[in-house]
Structures are given as structure tokens and as C-alpha cells.
Design a protein around this ligand. Structure first.
Ligand code: ATP
Ligand code: MG
Ligand code: FE
Length: 339
């Protein structure tokens, strides 16, 4: 039967129901942006309470949308890490409760596996992307190149030595006086800027491997702030920052492909995948290697429950489920997964 996915690992509360073939029957996301904005970032305690307040109603809503009663489901998949422990406990415990009440299998989904497998949703690319493929996970909390070799088989090729790329966007945007979350605001400002104005460092560019580093770039942005006189200067700095990030990501992706055997595609996930300059720069790399660049629609790039339900379906199909005493894991590297 259809699978219910639940996501509460960070600052989005989400529920979704997918048919066994991956058809999305219903989906709902409630962002906590309004709750956290006064604090300029996600407050874990507020996040956990908001998940608890909204998850039951979201679940009822998707069941109603899908026209299903809980006992008609084939399983419950809930994000069980990595993430903020309060929210993970709320989501996983709620999911286990439903599993017990209706006698359904429970799948403890790794949030990163959710992002990694989204590209395999049959609706996205004829039949979904086949293994192996290169995943670039570009979010506020993660920045990694991952070789996705199979279900539960992930090889981390490189990751950030300091800030995640979304974090770099957010911190640089804050330095420029833009509102949180800074990524979208910075992209908007960059539209009218000249990317060649500020000679910023291009961290890791040309180095072997595919690790990232963004703290030096952030420092260079901080040092440029006193030079900003006009609104045009601000736009120019935003555009310069964005073009450096896009160039660095492309360079890292190029090396990551060389570390894989026969990848079928480059897949991007995470909020930064929404950035048009980043997408364009990665599209060029993909084209050079005659690979498709698969960028799921934005709502499936950022945190959502469709990806959690889908990961649950892939695991259930492989005969995998988890015991009800499975403990949520705030840290849970992809490389530790099994299938
Ligand atoms: P994670 O999923 O790793 O736990 P998260 O919740 O921060 O972390 P997402 O919700 O996937 O990740 O993405 C949010 C991040 O994406 C923020 O850092 C935000 O600034 C960035 N972002 C969103 N849109 C854009 C954009 N258009 N350009 C650049 N960055 C963006
Ligand atoms: Mg988020
Ligand atoms: Fe995420």
C-alpha cells in the first residue's frame, strides 16, 4: 500500500503520501520561517515544539487529500537523523505510534538518504535516475559530493572543511545587511551586479579532490564591506561572491566525476540547488561530460516529506524496515548506512 513520509529534522514540518510506484498522492510542508526569523536562525527548542504542534494536523491533511484511512497504508517512514534531536524525536515517535496503532512496518529514514534518492522518483526523469550517480548535496547544513552507488551504498567523495555552502550564502548575506535566510536575498541582489568587480579568493579551485572550504571567502566578503559606497557596489559584491561559489562548485563537481566509474548523471539537492548561477555553472560541467544535470523542482530540493516517503518505499521494496526501538541519531553519516 501507499507509504506515509514524515519529516521534522530541522525547520520544516512535512508529511506526504506516495503510492508504491512513487506517484505523489498528497504532500504538505509547513515552514517555521516565521517562528525563527526574530532570532536570525533556527532555535532548536522552538523547532521541536512547532513540529509537535503541527505534525498531527499535517498528517490528517495528507490522509484526507489522498482519500485514505491510516490502516490502508503500507508503511510509515519518518526521518530519524541526522538533524536536531528534539524534532527527530517528535517525528520518529509520532511515526512509530502510527505504526503500532495500525500494525504497519516502520522505516527510520536517514534525511540525507532522502535527499540522495529523490532523483530516482519515477516522475522526475523517465523512470528515475539509475545508479551510480554523483550527488551534490548543497544545503544550509551540508556540503558534500557523494557517489550514490545503490540503495544504502553511499561513498563520500568530498565535503566541506568548514562552512556548508548555504551557510556561506547566509553568513555573507548577513554581512551585507540582508535578511535571514540570506541565500535567496543574495541571489536577488546579485541580479543587478557585475560579478567581475570584486577579486575574491576562489577557495580550493584547481586543487585535487573535491573538498570544499568557504570560510576564507566569507572573510574576504567581510573585508570588502567597508568599500561598499553605493547600492550598485553591494550588488557587485553579491554577484562576485555568487560567481566564485558557482565556479568552485563546478570545479569540485568536475573532480568528483573523475573519482567515479560510469556515473549516469549529476544530481543536485539542498536549498542552494535553487540558485540559478549555481545550476548554470553545474550544467556546463554536466554538458562537458555528456551527463544530464538532474535538478529536482525546488520544493523537492529543500526539506520535504516526499523524499522521506520515497526512501521508505525503496527500503520496503528491498525488504528493509526498522524496529520500533530504533533511536533517532542527531549525527548519522551517509557512509554508515547499510542495505
Ligand atoms: P539541511 O537540509 O542540511 O539540514 P537546511 O534546512 O538549512 O539544512 P535547506 O532547507 O535544504 O537546508 O536549504 C536552506 C539553505 O539554502 C539556506 O542556507 C539558504 O540560504 C540556501 N538557499 C536557498 N535558496 C537559495 C538561493 N536561491 N541561492 C542560494 N542559496 C539558497
Ligand atoms: Mg530547511
Ligand atoms: Fe535537508
Amino acid at each position: 500500500g501507499p507509504v506515509l513520509g514524515l519529516e521534522a529534522s530541522c525547520d520544516e514540518t512535512a508529511a506526504a503520501i506516495l503510492a508504491p510506484d512513487g506517484t505523489v498522492l498528497a504532500e504538505a510542508v509547513r515552514s517555521q520561517l516565521a517562528e525563527h526569523t526574530p532570532f536570525g536562525g533556527v532555535v532548536p527548542e522552538i523547532a521541536a515544539r512547532a513540529h509537535l504542534a503541527h505534525l498531527p494536523a499535517l498528517t490528517r491533511q495528507v490522509l484526507q487529500q489522498a482519500g485514505l484511512r491510516p490502516e490502508q497504508l503500507g508503511g510509515i517512514a519518518a526521518t530519524s537523523g541526522p538533524g536536531l534531536i528534539g524534532g527527530l524525536i517528535v517525528g520518529a515517535t509520532f511515526g512509530k505510534g502510527m505504526a503500532i496503532a495500525h500494525g504497519l512496518p516502520f522505516v527510520a529514514v536517514n534525511h540525507l538518504e532522502g535527499h540522495a534518492l529523490t532523483a530516482r522518483l519515477p516522475g522526475l526523469m523517465e523512470g528515475g535516475v539509475a545508479f551510480p550517480y554523483l550527488l551534490l548535496l548543497l544545503s544550509g547544513g551540508h556540503c558534500q559530493c557523494v557517489a550514490v552507488e545503490g540503495l544504502g551504498r553511499y561513498r563520500r567523495l568530498g565535503s566541506t572543511l568548514d562552512d556548508a555552502v548555504g551557510e556561506a550564502f547566509d553568513k555573507s548575506a548577513k554581512l551585507m545587511g540582508l535578511p535571514w535566510p540570506g541565500g535567496p536575498a543574495l541571489e536577488k541582489l546579485a541580479e543587478t551586479g557585475n560579478p567581475k568587480t570584486f577579486p575574491l579568493p576562489r577557495p580550493m579551485l584547481g586543487r585535487p579532490g573535491c573538498d570544499f572550504s568557504f570560510s576564507g571567502l566569507k572573510t574576504a566578503v567581510a573585508q570588502s564591506i567597508p568599500k561598499l559606497k553605493t547600492e550598485q557596489d553591494r550588488a557587485d559584491l553579491a554577484a562576485s561572491f555568487q560567481s566564485v561559489v558557482a565556479a568552485v562548485l563546478a570545479d569540485r563537481a568536475k573532480n568528483a566525476i573523475a573519482m567515479m566509474e560510469g556515473p549516469t548523471a549529476i544530481v543536485v539537492a539542498g536549498g542552494v540547488a535553487a540558485n540559478k548561477a549555481v545550476r548554470a555553472s553545474l550544467a556546463l560541467v554536466a554538458e562537458k561530460h555528456a551527463l544530464p544535470l538532474v535538478a529536482p523542482p525546488i520544493r523537492l530540493c529543500t526539506d520535504n516529506a516526499v523524499m522521506i516517503a520515497w526512501a521508505g518505499i525503496e527500503r520496503l521494496r528491498a525488504g528493509l524496515s526498522d524496529p520500533l526501538d530504533h533511536a533517532p541519531r542527531p549525527r548519522w553519516p551517509l557512509a554508515e548506512l547499510t542495505a
